[in-house]
Write a protein that binds this ligand. Structure first.
Ligand code: 0RA
Length: 646
């Protein structure tokens, strides 16, 4: 290429780069999912993923994440450092290319294991485009290099600012508040959960997180360090820590099958739920896919073979199904795929066909050896499978009852449901209200055009501890299924939830703002999480937030949702307001309930989201399971939140 042509090419490319960055700012959701809380945190994951890639390539074993006082984020790693030499094609430093060109991330590093993909892996340049300020500092080739950007635009060419023998990359960014209009405040807990998960998924890497916005009693910043020596094996222990184990060991393996790195860990507990977590390149694949199919296949065939040979199932009158092998099973499957194909509604379902047999083989080998070496455990597992098969038969009958019309009701709907008149489900809401009396108030206070009320009697069943057929036999739960119009089983998946006939697009849980109320709220959420997760994932589940206080002075009436608000309003009223503490929904009259909690114009609904399914699973099993101490600890630790949220 002539110099002239070269120049032309360069400017053409840089225009393209600019367009790419502009496009990210114009359509951020296309790159990071959304511009809410989730997208905001996604920025951190994106940068950290790059450091993890360095770690997987064997060049990095320490990653630090800092939430700075101003809610900006700093990440630091001890990898090779982003290359700073001239990028021939672009005519500028490689660092600048990585930071300002969409999709440039792994282009010049074909040898290393570059596995970012799917939701993540859009590149640090995306983070740059969506930050009002970003500074990259690189330790490499004996020097310290630096470049700064504003909204993705470079402020100056890469420059050397000092000398050092270290290597690594430091990135500090301020999320752009004109993009993240909802909030730019980071949640320490959310970031912690992801860093802990990453540490388990990438053993040997030390990940620290520091929150410089808060100090502890000793005057030190809130901070945590995550490090796992044994990876998934420890992850399983962490996840299943509050469940009662059926066998004493975690069954695990790690290796490569058909060129695909596969890691599996599993354990059986005495419970009834199946907890499978799967990851591709560190990304949680909520919708499963070929790796999970491979796991199921390997598990079923190996256990079936063992059980048949053992003769323990000889007296069983019906077929064992695949599900029976997974009752009380907690397992994690993690694979690394070079070019992952993601499918499904949320693009979290692995499509690569070759992965199924790789995982299936890995699981078969691992399990065969384990069963041979641990005959007592093997016996326990087969006994459990047998019980599961018997319970499944009972559950199938109960499930049919859920699908069938209830003879006690009008038009197939539960008698207790006060329906709305609107026919378009997208406009309809249903309030699940604890207790008949609060249900009565809600029924009077609602807008009957689009708001339906379903009162629930007292505490609903704790599904975490119940066998499936008990769940489907439960009256309140049957009412929820019929009222919502959802059924079990789709053409593709006999156990999936069918939302096609969902009758209300907003399902609002409305409970008292006290300890009992929040317990009931948790019971209902546990049910949704275990049996109607698709409903939550579809963004249909909300929690109503009734006020805690009514302040009155003269003719003035104001409501407060927490103590701080109460005090502020009292001050606004120049003090001396009479303050009523609402102990429950029942203390409000219909008009007050409408004004504060049900009227779309003024109410504050909290949408229920699952931002980390693996962690949610652990929390639910802990909150609703058998062991009391960890539950108490959690509640005490979160008591402040509980008050604010209540
Ligand atoms: C491109 C190429 C290489 C490393 C990186 C990018 C890299 C990016 C980030 C982002 C945060 N930390 C990072 N560390 C490295 C390969 C470098 C080489 O070949 O020496």
């Amino acid at each position: 290429m002539s110099e002239e042509a070269n120049k032309k090419q360069y400017s053409a490319d840089s225009i393209q780069a600019l367009e790419g960055m502009e496009h990210v700012r114009m359509r951020p959701s296309m790159y990071i999912g959304d511009v809410g809380v989730r997208g905001l945190h996604h920025l951190v994951y994106e940068v950290v993923d790059n450091s993890i890639d360095e770690a997987m390539a064997g060049h990095c074993d320490k990653i630090d994440v800092i939430i700075n006082e101003d809610n900006s984020i700093t990440t630091q790693d001890n990898g090779r450092g982003i290359p700073v030499d001239l990028h021939k094609k672009e005519g500028v430093s490689a660092l600048e290319v990585v930071m300002t060109k969409i999709g440039a991330g792994g282009k010049f590093d074909k040898d290393s294991y570059k596995v970012s993909g799917g939701l993540h892996g859009v590149g640090v340049s995306c983070v740059n485009a969506l930050s009002s300020k970003l500074k990259a500092t690189v330790y490499r080739d004996g020097k310290i290099w630096e470049q700064e950007y504003e909204r993705g635009k470079t402020l100056y060419p890469v420059k050397s600012v000092g000398e050092s023998d270290e290597t690594g990359t430091i990135v500090t960014f301020v999320p752009d508040s004109t993009i993240f209009t909802q909030t730019t405040e980071y949640s320490y807990e959310t970031l912690c959960n992801r860093m802990r998960e990453l540490a388990y998924l990438n053993k040997g890497v030390t990940i620290t997180i520091t929150d410089k916005r808060n100090k502890d009693e000793k005057g030190e910043y809130i901070a945590e360090t995550f490090y796992s020596e044994e990876g998934l094996k420890e992850f399983i222990k962490f996840l299943d820590g509050t469940r009662e184990p059926l066998i004493q060991n975690v069954i695990s393996m790690e290796g490569e099958k058909n060129g695909i790195p596969v890691e599996v860990a599993m354990v059986y507990n005495t419970g009834y739920t199946e907890n499978l977590h799967s990851y591709v390149n560190n990304i949680n694949t909520h919708e499963g896919g070929t790796h999970l199919s491979g796991f199921r296949r390997g598990l079923t065939s190996t256990l079936k073979k063992y059980a048949d040979n053992s003769g323990m199932l000889d007296k069983l009158k019906f077929e064992i199904s695949g599900d029976d092998f997974r009752e009380g099973l907690t397992a994690i499957v993690s694979v690394k795929v070079a070019e992952p194909q993601f499918e499904g509604q949320t693009k979290t379902k692995l499509g690569n066909r070759e992965v199924t047999s790789a995982v299936s083989q890995a699981v078969s080998e691992m399990l065969t050896i384990y069963l041979e070496e641990h005959p007592d455990d093997a016996k326990q597992i087969v006994e459990k499978v047998k019980l599961a098969a018997q319970a499944r038969h009972a559950a199938a009958k109960a499930r049919e009852m859920v699908q069938r019309k209830n003879p006690m009701s009008v038009g197939g709907l539960p008698g207790k449901l006060s329906d709305c008149s609107e026919q378009d489900p997208t406009l309809c809401e249903v309030f699940l209200v604890e207790g008949d009396s609060a249900g009565g108030t809600a029924k009077q206070g609602r807008n009957r055009h689009f708001q339906a009320i379903l009162p629930l009697r007292g505490k609903i069943l704790n599904v975490e501890k119940a066998m499936q057929h008990k769940v489907f036999e439960n009256e309140e739960i049957k009412n929820i299924y019929t009222a919502l119009g959802v059924t079990i089983g789709t053409e593709e998946d006999s156990k999936a939830l069918n939302l096609e006939k969902l009758r209300y697009h907003k399902v609002v849980i409305m409970c008292d703002a006290d300890v009992d109320g929040s317990h009931i709220e948790t019971l209902i959420l546990t049910f949704f999480f275990r049996y109607m997760r698709e409903l939550i994932e579809g963004g249909h589940v909300y929690i109503a937030t009734p006020p805690l206080y009514l302040l009155k002075k003269g003719a003035k009436k104001r409501y407060a949702w927490n103590d701080k608000e109460r005090d502020a309003i009292n001050a606004e009223m120049n003090g001396g307001a009479s303050i009523q503490r609402y102990k429950g929904l029942g203390e409000m009259n219909a008009e007050q309930l409408w004004d504060t909690t049900m009227n779309p114009e003024f109410r504050k609904l909290r949408q229920v989201q699952i931002d980390n399914a693996t962690e949610s699973d652990r929390i639910f099993s802990m909150l609703m399971g058998d062991e009391v101490p960890p539950r108490r600890e959690f509640i005490e630790k979160n008591a402040v939140y509980a008050n604010i949220d209540a």
